[in-house]
Design a protein around this ligand. Structure first.
Ligand code: FAD
Length: 334
């Protein structure tokens, strides 16, 4: 394997409801920085049906090139066809670096591609840098229970691949009218060859604010006592139009589903306001919410670690404080 053959930084462009997913825009910002440092080009790869028009957005957010696989066979995400397309593109153009969002699709695709390419994959990166002269990707992520940041290198193989958590990188300010090169690609793949069939898509009907996209998150911990006590978290969130977050212990106790878990092994959130109620403030929780605009902690233990990581701290019983807040906000917000 000659490293000289591998050039350019790629971002896998995830499509969500016909639009470029926010995490892919963030990765174009991060990828642009890496590509500029390395004096190379930034490319996107998009796979889907009717996705060609997304080129405009991808170029506006910093890409020089977009490789497009546009075919009805890619209508819904399925590991096999997407992996085959991306693999073919990678083998043909040999990028030095490929970045994916650490979303369920991104993680699934990246790990499938990594199994077929002789290379590694750094999962859930929160910081990225590149060595200007060698092109070595420095992908950092929390390790050992969040107590250290580990920088992971892939010294012997190319391309270097990383999944990156949503909301940790910054998208560039879009430049409307910025253009790039559109490269249409295809692989000989028939529907009969694909083992997975999408029979039906069942959408969750409950109105739920996505935790990683919400402006306000109300998160509850073990201090809420049980599923019944945790209802106060839902109530405050409802009044504020907020998403509900939780500590891992709450998720493990089965009070709420895993996609509400904030932290190292959950979701990273950066809302404008984060309420941490009955949460002790373990480092594994803090790494998932510390970049929130305003953190308000409620805990009955004045020595709880959460008070070291908040802007406003209320020492008291959540069962007395939450009803007051709910009443106050209900009146104020009408
Ligand atoms: P506790 O630590 O039990 O804290 C409960 C808090 O509630 C206490 O501070 C208490 O004073 C307060 N309290 C009790 N009653 C009241 C009341 N009536 N009113 C107000 N306050 C009250 N954790 C995560 O959250 N996210 C992760 O992603 C995550 N990943 C992990 C990964 C690894 C590898 C490991 C080892 C751990 C991970 N954890 C994670 C677990 C983490 O270490 C903590 O155990 C967890 O965050 C604690 O949850 P908690 O704060 O809800 O519970």
């Amino acid at each position: 394997m000659s490293f000289e053959d591998y050039r350019g930084v790629w971002v896998y462009i995830e499509v969500k409801e016909g639009q470029v997913a926010p995490v892919s825009l963030e990765l174009l910002g991060a990828g642009r920085r890496l590509a500029d440092k390395r004096r190379t080009e930034l490319a996107g790869v998009v796979i889907g049906e009717g996705v060609k028009p997304l080129a405009e957005t991808v170029f506006a957010y910093g890409a020089d090139t977009l490789y497009v696989y546009d075919d009805p066979i890619y209508k819904h995400y399925r590991t096999e066809p997407y992996m085959k397309a991306l693999l073919a593109c990678t083998q043909k153009y040999k990028p030095e670096i490929i970045l994916y969002g650490a979303t369920s699709t991104g993680k699934d695709l990246a790990s499938a591609v990594a199994t077929d390419l002789p290379t590694g994959l750094t999962a859930d990166s929160t910081m990225l840098d590149v060595e200007e002269d060698t092109g070595l990707l420095l992908a950092s992520r929390p390790a050992f229970g969040g107590n250290i940041m580990a920088t992971i290198l892939c010294k012997k193989y190319r391309p270097q691949m990383a999944t990156v958590r949503p909301k940790v990188m910054k998208a560039l300010f879009p430049e409307p009218g910025r253009t790039g090169t559109l490269v249409e690609e295809s692989i000989p793949l028939q529907e009969e060859e694909v083992r997975t069939k999408v029979l039906e898509i069942v959408r969750e009907t409950a109105r739920r604010v996505r935790i990683d996209e919400a402006d306000i998150v109300v998160a509850g911990g073990k201090g809420m006592g049980g599923p019944a006590g945790f209802q106060l978290i839902h109530k405050l969130a409802e009044v504020l139009g907020a998403a509900v977050g939780a500590s891992r212990d709450v998720v493990e106790a089965g009070w709420i589903g895993h996609h509400h878990q904030v932290g190292q092994t959950g979701v990273t959130v950066t809302p404008k306001i984060y309420f941490a109620v009955g949460i002790s403030g373990a480092i594994q929780h803090i790494v998932g919410m510390q970049n929130s605009g305003l953190i308000i902690a409620i805990n009955k233990d004045p020595n709880a670690a959460i008070f070291q990581n908040c802007h406003y701290g209320i020492v008291g019983d959540a069962f007395e404080i939450l009803p007051l807040l709910i009443e106050e906000y209900t009146t104020a917000l009408g």
